[in-house]
Ligand binder design. Structure first.
Ligand code: NAD
Ligand code: MG
Length: 392
């Protein structure tokens, strides 16, 4: 089998690092063509020295200069580029077969669309890109002849639990619904009153998963599950009413598919992102991921609860945005990104996050944008609106 060239967008992050961990286990299958990182230049330099990519991309020219200085005389074959256009460039290089889309937030949209246009195999971790641009994104994948494989553990689990010939119709495949599991996050048992006082550190202390800070806060508000509901809707062509969410604190069942005949098919595993990453990297084959086998004797039990939409209104807002359609998911996402950043900076309390998202959804025109430029302008508008509410 020919070695696959891979570009890892967001290589320095949690998903990027896990991806390189899996890639390093299979040197005969994969070679790294490009690595990108927005900060953490030291880590990006280490990754370049280890994986010898043809290209590395930083956020700013200053960071590019710093990276060049670190690589000089040690990895001179790596060309260092900077900025958003360079991200699109490396995502569409002819020598790249696989693009891991692991940038966090809306910043990942353009490079992921570039990969789609270039017909790449896209491993999608960057759920915000799909949430904000569902119709445009899926159409670009189709037109570009790209292959979109979900890395988000729930969607990867659903992908594994669907029939292999699933063609985008639940009805035709005898499916009643998709069931997304949610850990419930670090505040599953925290009272509404106490939620007002939680800190960014509390929010980033997830019981089962170790992740970047933005998605950690999203997991704590359950906005992560809300974004995943929208993500599932676009990935599998499923309306909101056929997506269920069940809280499953052990994070062993990663999600399920409910069939018409009463069968429920689930995918199980340890909570380790290397499993869905390895699955998407090798699909339809299977490769080792470095993940410990699931030990059933060590499990205390598998339990299930209803999500509490009163304490976690973000999940309700996401369902409503999906139902509303148009630009509602993009506005929801943009407002949430700004609110989460403000919470992480200590500017607002935890329960202000859903308030700010609701305010943006209520205050902006949600009619569907008909071009990427219009969509990005709507994203910018929602950010400005949320910033103004913050300042008020
Ligand atoms: P992270 O914060 O650890 O890493 C983010 C990466 O994106 C870093 O490499 C960073 O340098 C880069 N980046 C940040 N801002 C950028 C910008 N403006 N331009 C270019 N690059 C930028 O985040 P993560 O936890 O690895 O998550 C990445 C994505 O994967 C998110 O969309 C997240 O929702 C999704 N995801 C993560 C997990 C997980 O377990 N961490 C699970 C499922 C999905
Ligand atoms: Mg997930």
């Amino acid at each position: 089998m020919k070695s696959q060239g891979i570009a890892v967008l967001g290589a320095t992050g949690s998903i990027g690092t896990s991806t390189l961990d899996v890639v390093a286990r299979h040197p005969e299958r994969f070679h790294v063509v490009a690595l990108t990182g927005h900060s953490q230049i030291e880590r990006l330099a280490e990754q370049c020295l280890r994986f010898r990519p043809r290209y590395a991309v930083t956020g700013t020219p200053e960071d590019a200069a710093a990276l060049r200085a670190r690589l000089q005389g040690r990895a001179d074959t790596t060309e260092v580029l900077a900025g958003p256009a360079a991200l699109e460039e490396v995502a569409s290089l002819p020598e790249v077969d696989v693009v891991m889309a692991a940038i966090v937030g809306a910043a990942g949209l353009r490079p992921t669309l570039a990969a789609a246009r270039a017909g790449k195999r896209i491993l999608l971790a960057n759920k915000e890109a799909l949430v904000m641009a569902g119709p445009l994104f899926t159409e670009t994948v189709r037109a570009g002849g790209a292959t979109l494989l979900p890395v988000d553990s729930e969607h990867n689990a659903i992908f594994q639990s669907l029939p292999a010939d699933y063609a985008g119709s639940l009805e035709a495949s005898g499916i009643d619904s998709l069931i997304l599991t949610a850990s419930g996050g670090p505040f599953r048992n925290t009272s509404r009153a106490a939620l007002h006082g939680v800190t960014p550190e509390d929010a980033c202390r997830h019981p089962n998963w170790s992740m970047g800070r933005k998605i950690s806060v999203d997991s704590a508000t359950l906005m992560n599950k809300g974004l995943e509901v929208i993500e599932a809707s676009w990935l599998f062509s499923v309306p909101a009413r056929q997506i269920e969410v069940v809280v499953h604190p052990q994070s062993v069942i990663h999600s399920m598919v409910r069939y018409r005949d009463g069968s429920v098919i689930a995918q199980l595993g340890s909570p380790d992102m290397r499993t869905p990453i390895a699955h998407a990297l090798a699909w339809p084959q299977r490769i080792t991921a470095g993940v410990a086998p699931l030990d059933f004797h060590a499990l205390s039990g598998l339990t299930f609860e209803k999500p509490d939409l009163d304490r976690f209104p973000c999940l309700r807002l996401a369902f409503e945005a999906l139902e509303a359609g148009g630009d509602a998911p993009a506005v929801l996402n943009a407002a949430n990104e700004v609110a989460v950043a403000a919470f992480l900076e200590g500017r607002i309390g935890f329960m202000r996050i859903p308030e700010l998202v609701a305010s943006s959804l209520a205050g902006l025109d949600l009619a569907a944008s008909t071009s990427l430029e219009a969509l990005l302008e709507k994203d910018a508008q929602a950010r400005r609106h949320t910033e103004r509410q913050l300042a008020a």
